[in-house]
Design a protein around this ligand. Structure first.
Ligand code: BTN
Length: 246
């Protein structure tokens, strides 16, 4: 059975976990859902394409475990989370940030946040929306310091991580409601486009098999990126990393 929207959410906080995604999977195995798991630090945080995700103290590391009635369009949950994050950062840190297709929230080209949406398919289809936000770190390891930034580094302020988390969860569930009522995918996409600054830019796209250059002319109704190559051909990118010069 899928979740009922509005069913009460449960929050679990930990000092340290390997990954909030792993912990969410344990809850999923027990058939549970509508759970938010957060940790002060992760020892094995991971990002897309199994990349290491640096997640020591100071960040917001959380996973939302869901049992949606539609497990085929999970990319919309990534988009819904990105919108919830941009709106919450605006409210709490008074900062305008942007979305880079498909899953990053950045500030002037530096990564503030990444989203990892994972589906667990079986008797019950669970989905885990993992969110990592650089909040109160004052410095980063040399491997990421040229690409990452925290809210504290931008605003010279320390933020209440739990307040930010609660705000994101509230905003996310407003859109999850639209996801649940399937015909509202367009609505999520429309709001997401307002905050995405990839469209219209010359980009480099790296997929598992190739590297392409072109102009990001749009995002299709299934959330894929529409890339116009130099020869005029338009291709759809379903998965990949986008490099943009800001
Ligand atoms: C990415 O940009 O590649 C996605 C990064 C997602 C990181 C978050 S932190 C909370 C959750 N737990 C993890 O191990 N990963 C996600």
């Amino acid at each position: 059975m899928a979740d009922e929207i509005g069913k009460q959410l449960k929050f679990y906080y930990y000092k340290s976990l390997t990954s909030t995604q792993d912990n969410a999977k344990e809850f999923a195995k027990k058939g549970l859902s509508n759970i938010v798991i957060a940790a002060d630090a992760q020892t094995k945080g991971r990002g897309r394409f199994k990349r290491k995700w640096y997640s020591g103290k100071g960040g917001l590391w959380m996973s939302i475990l869901l049992k949606p009635n539609n497990a085929e369009n999970l990319q919309f949950l990534t988009f819904a989370a990105a919108v919830a994050i941009v709106k919450s950062i605006k409210k709490i840190a008074k900062l305008n940030t942007s979305i880079k297709w498909p899953n990053d929230v950045h500030y002037k080209g530096k990564k503030l946040c990444g989203i990892l949406t994972e589906g667990i398919f079986g008797k019950d289809n669970h989905t885990i929306v993992g969110i990592g936000i650089n909040v109160n770190q004052s410095r980063f390891y040399s491997e990421i310091k040229h690409i990452a930034i925290s809210l504290r580094m931008i605003k010279h302020e320390v933020f209440d991580i739990k307040r930010l988390m609660r705000n994101i969860v509230n905003e996310f569930f407003i859109l999850y409601n639209d996801y649940y009522n399937q015909n509202k995918f367009d609505k999520i996409l429309k709001i997401w486009k307002r905050y995405c600054d990839t469209i219209g830019k010359d980009v480099t796209v790296t997929t598992k098999i190739k590297r392409l250059k072109g102009n990001a002319i749009g995002v299709d109704k299934d959330c894929s990126l529409l890339l116009k190559l130099k020869n005029g051909k338009i291709i759809k990118i379903i998965e990949g990393d986008v490099g943009v010069r800001y």
